[in-house]
Design a protein around this ligand. Structure first.
Ligand SMILES: NC(=O)c1ccc[n+]([C@@H]2O[C@H](COP(=O)([O-])OP(=O)(O)OC[C@H]3O[C@@H](n4cnc5c(N)ncnc54)[C@H](OP(=O)(O)O)[C@@H]3O)[C@@H](O)[C@H]2O)c1
Length: 260
């Protein structure tokens, strides 16, 4: 299927490793130019180098900095302006928190900063660039990486579940105003994903039998998700093949949240 992403410019926030890195790689495979971001320079340059080996360096740009910082986001916006932006993937987020009901006010703030406010800041700063892409005759899309943790009570850290639920509420409420600019807004909500360096890699190494027992109990497909199963959903939603899709939450979880 031709996805129509060749020559498009895609910013994937938090793409020096993990799911963001996989998403960046999947867009590069479709011929897009990708802007990688992260806070750690060594990791970011390592990601650029590994992806350049696979795809060549011409279509890879990097931006180093903490996207939770409004001034740094302004620098990013200025750096992107000359060449524009067609697709934004807000991937930065983290589920690492404290045990349930031990959240302090600072921890609530930290989780909402990471999983919601930072993404909202990106939208605020880059919306005009996406709208300009539409005016120039290219499509534009905005995709959030959520989590099934935000969809119900499935035992995730409390502040994380709350922040991801809020992210989905935020995304849904953007659909109509951004449709006026021609920008589509969607979310991909992964379940349990296995990739190099993931939590699940560590859990499998410690207790593979326990992990399988959990999967047999909780996940109809009885397995972990693979990175390319998540990235394919993100790339599809940005593509021209999804041109009438906005306001969707594409859940990629092997059926774990089927009853929610
Ligand atoms: N892993 C899972 O199983 C899973 C499941 C469901 C949903 N998700 C969601 O998927 C997304 C990615 O998760 P992940 O597990 O791949 O995360 P991860 O492994 O922790 O990677 C996060 C990426 O974001 C960068 N980053 C973090 N904070 C940043 C900031 N403030 N500014 C710029 N870059 C930042 C990190 O690089 P630096 O540290 O160098 O900044 C890294 O490249 C998150 O939204 C998460 O909630 C993950």
């Amino acid at each position: 299927m031709e996805l129509g992403l060749t020559n498009s410019r895609v910013l994937v926030t938090g793409s020096s490793r993990g799911i963001g890195y996989g998403i960046a790689s999947a867009f590069l495979a479709e011929g897009a130019t990708v802007i990688l971001t992260g806070r750690n320079e060594e990791n970011l340059q390592g990601a650029r180098s590994a992806l350049s080996d696979e795809f060549g360096g011409d279509r890879i740009e990097v931006f180093l900095g903490d996207l939770g910082d409004a001034t740094i986001r302004q620098h990013l916006s200025s750096a992107l302006r000359p060449q524009g932006l067609n697709h934004l993937v807000c991937n930065v987020g983290s589920g690492r928190s404290v045990p349930i009901l031990q959240e302090t006010t600072d921890e609530w703030r930290r989780m909402f900063d990471t999983n919601l406010f930072q993404a909202a800041g990106m939208v605020q700063d880059l919306r005009s660039l996406l709208a300009a892409s539409v005016k120039q005759g290219h499509g534009a899309s905005l995709t959030f990486v959520g989590s099934i943790c935000g969809m119900g009570a499935i035992g995730c850290p409390l502040a994380y579940a709350s922040a991801k639920a809020a992210l989905w509420a935020y995304a849904k409420n953007l659909v109509r105003p951004l449709a006026d600019d021609g920008i589509r807004v969607n979310m991909v909500s992964p379940g349990n994903v296995l990739f190099p360096g993931s939590t699940w890699e560590g859990k499998l190494a410690q207790d593979a039998v326990g992990v399988q027992a959990m999967l047999d109990r909780e996940v109809p497909m009885r397995r972990l998700g693979m990175l390319d199963e998540i990235t394919a959903a993100v790339v599809f939603l940005a593509s021209q093949r999804a041109s009438f899709i906005t306001g969707a939450n594409l859940v990629v979880d092997g059926g774990q949240t089927k009853g929610l």
